[in-house]
Write a protein that binds this ligand. Structure first.
Ligand SMILES: [Fe+2]
Length: 230
């Protein structure tokens, strides 16, 4: 089973698909790349959203999309969220923000250099047993933090995901492949937002992983995703 573990295909809920038409277009592109299941991870910002409203909006968006998908063959959709990490997260109903039917949460970290205070907060959250943490597009945090800091975070016992576009980009390919090869990254996602500006590029990334690492490596990534969403 091929799984896109990070996407913004749900329409009208965040800066992803703007309407049903675009959502269906994105799903068609994923289908033609051989993707069987898409984890839909709209942004959840702890300072801006409340969980109840977010879930209501997500439910509405998903049910409209599922209705429009009827009768056609599309990848299946698993509901999730890309949750921006902050100190108040531990006071929220975390289970509700986990990927549906699992105790895994996809966390987005701030795009800056992490302070010691921040690292301690994150370590406390991970160690608090609220959920199993998956870091969204871990490669991006290397732009602001040295390898040691990222390795420290990974040592807290979190999983990590990389974006397909970062595997494709010459600028970040080497880093992404190294992380996958070392087993530090076990999940991939398109982080697709739109048909034109940020399209899903699953097949291109798959090809690179298969060519530069191995078929087995790609199969292992898909097996990790399948193991989480069931
Ligand atoms: Fe995202």
């Amino acid at each position: 089973m091929k799984v896109d573990f990070h996407s913004h295909v749900l329409p009208g809920i965040d800066d992803g698909a703007k309407d049903i038409g675009e959502a269906l277009e994105l799903l068609k592109m994923l289908k033609s790349d051989g993707v069987d299941a898409v984890v839909a991870t709209p942004h959840f910002y702890i300072h801006r959203h409340n969980v109840e409203d977010f879930l209501k909006k997500r439910e509405q968006s998903a049910s409209e999309l599922l209705k429009a998908m009827q009768g056609e063959s599309y990848p299946s959709i698993v509901l999730g969220a890309e949750v921006y990490f902050g100190s108040s997260l531990s006071t929220m109903p975390i289970k509700e923000l986990c990927i549906y039917g699992t105790d895994y949460i996809l966390l987005e970290l701030p795009y800056n250099t992490f302070s010691r205070t921040f690292l301690n907060l994150l370590a406390d959250f991970v160690g608090g047993g609220y959920a199993n943490v998956i870091l969204a597009h871990v490669e991006r945090y290397f732009e602001y933090n040295n390898e040691k800091i990222i390795e420290e975070i990974l040592s807290y016992g979190v999983l990590a995901q990389v974006n397909c576009e970062s595997i494709i980009s010459q600028r970040s390919r080497r880093l992404c492949l190294k992380l996958i090869d070392k087993g530090l990254v076990t999940l991939v996602g398109t982080d697709a937002h739109s048909v034109k500006k940020r399209p899903p590029e699953f097949a291109k990334a798959e090809k690179i992983i298969r060519r530069k690492l191995s078929d087995e490596c790609f199969e292992n990534l898909m097996a990790s995703a399948g193991g989480i969403i069931g």
